[in-house]
Design a protein around this ligand. Sequence first.
Ligand code: FES
Ligand code: FES
Length: 160
Amino acid sequence: MKIDFVLNGQPVAVEAPASQTLLQLLREGLGLTGSKPGCEIGECGACSVLLDGEVVNACLTLAPQVQGRSLVTIEGIHAADGGPNDLQVALVAAGAVQCGYCTPGMVMAGEALLARTLTPSRDEIQAAIAGNLCRCTGYHQIVAAIEATARQRARPGVVR
Ligand code: FES
Ligand code: FES
């Protein structure tokens, strides 16, 4: 079936089987391999994407569910020059990236939170990434990176 949606700010029209998951469509149909297949049963968050601004697991979302909607994947998160944005830089600086498998999903969860508030409490940050598992770094560095990015973005005059 034909699916029309906005992908990382650009309108796209793709053909996909009605039973295909969004994760399959992204990775196999569109060649966007940033969203990771971890558990593929909705438990690890490695496949997290933003659908109309809300974090969803692409492995549990059927491709036709994005019809007419706006989807942002990790490929759509970057600085103006195409390099890593401030959150991605903060994650690296905090030592929050080791194998990196969880990182795209963490970035999506972090961005969704920071779109809602630039003064998140530690509890709010922990809740925001509660659906994202990291087996490498533990969570302290990830929380610290999101906290540092929130502080930076909240400073007057900061343009990302
Ligand atoms: S791969 Fe989707 S939640 Fe784990
Ligand atoms: S950095 Fe390896 S799973 Fe998080």
